[in-house]
Ligand binder design. Sequence first.
Ligand SMILES: [Zn+2]
Length: 466
Amino acid sequence: MLPRIALRKTTLKLTALTTAVALAITPTLAAAQQKGPPTLRDTESEQLLRDYTRPILRAAGMEKQNIQMVIINESVFNAFVADGRRIFVNYGAMMQSETPNQIIGVLAHETGHLAGGHLAKLRERLAEAQTQMIIAMLLGAGAVVAGSRSGSGSGLTQAGAAAMSAPGEVIKRTLLSYVRQQEENADKAGVKFLNATGQSAKGMYETFKRFTDESLFAARGADPYVQSHPMPAERVRALEELARSSPYWDKKDDPALQLRHDMVRAKISAFMERQDTVYRRYPLANTSLPARYAHAITTYLHGDLRSALAQIDGLIQLQPANPYFYEVRGQALLEGGRPQEAIAPLRKAVQLSNGAPLIAMLLGQALVASNNNAYTDEAIAILRSATARESEAPLGYMQLAMAYGRKGDYAQADLASAQAAFLRGDNKTARDLASRAKTRFAIGTPGWVKADDIVSAKPLPGQKSN
Ligand SMILES: [Zn+2]
C-alpha cells in the first residue's frame, strides 16, 4: 500500500488562521472563509499548553493517546473536549487565567471528562432520551385520540396532553442530573490527577468559584463554559473541600512556568487585542519581560518595524536562547517586506525550537519570498519535512507550491496547491487542482495517489460540498 495523506483523518475543520503573512496568531480575512472553529496557531502557546497537559494525561494513563491541544480564536472563557482526541481551549481562557495552576486545573477537569469517556456516554443518554421522548409522544398522542373518541368530554383529552408534556420534563431533569454527575466525576478525577502530579487544585477551585459568582449575577450571556458546565454552589463547595484536603493545596507554580504563562498572555494580548487595550494591560512604564514582549509585538503589528526590531533585540539580549524572540523578529521582517533579512533569525528560531514545524514554514516562506533560486531546494526540503509533521496548516503547502513552481515541477506544485486549498476548506479548487496534478503524475506514483485522495475526499463536516 502506498502511504496515504492524513487529510481524511480530520473530523473537524481545524484550519489554521495562518496565511502568507501570519504564522503567529494574527487572525486574517481568510479566517472568515473557513468553516469550523477558527483556531490560532502559535508554537509558543501550543507548547506551553502541551507542557501543562502532558503530566496530567500521564496521570490519567492517556499519555500514549496523542491528545492534541487546540487553541480557538475566541475571547470568552471556554475549554472542552469534542472528539476524544483533542482538548480545545479558547485563547480567552488563557487570558483569564492569571496563573498556570488556574488553567491547568481546568485542563485536569477536561482530562477527567476525556478519561471518563463522558462525551460518548452523554451521547448514548441523549439518544436514549430521544427514543423515550418519541415513545412518550406516541403514547400521549394515543391517549389524546382515545380521549376524543370516547366522547366523554375534555378530561381524558387533557390527560393525554399532560402525558405528552410531562415525560419531556422528567427526561430533561434526568439528563441534567446526569450531566451534573459527570461534572462532579470530572472534578474528582481532575483533583486526583493534580494530586498524582504534585500540583494544587486551588487554581481549579478559583476558576470554578469565579464562575459560580458570575452565574449568580449574569444569568444571560454567561461564559459558554458556565453553560456547558453547570456549577451549582454545592459542587464548588465539594470541590473546595476535596482540593483543600490535598497536601499540595498551598503549592505555588514554578516561577519559570509562571513567566512562560505571562509571556504567552502578553503575546496573545498583543496579537489579538486593540492596541489601547494592550497598553492598558501593559503600560509603557511596565518594563517586565512580558510587558516588553507585548510592546515589541504591538509595535511591529502597527507598522513601526524599526522600533520593533530594536525592542526585539533588547529581548534577545535578555534571553538569547528563546526561540520565539527570533521567530517574532523573522516574522516582523518578513511581513515588513524584508524576507532576505528574515532568514537568519528564522533559522535560529528553527534551531532553538528543535525544528518546530510552524516556525520552519515561516523559514520556508522567507526562503521562497527572497526570490533567490539558490534557496529553492532548501526551501522544498524544509517545507516537505514541516508539512509532514504539521499537516493541518495550509501555509506550508502554499509555500511548497511556490517553491515547486519555481523549479518547474508543476505536478508537485499543483498537488501542494490542492492540499492548501483543501485545508482552507475550498474543496472545488482543491479538486480541480488535484485533478490537474493527476494528469501530470505517472499513475500509481505517491504524488498521483495523494492527488487522487483529494479528488475523492469527502468535504470535512460543516463544509458545503461544492
Ligand atoms: Zn466539565
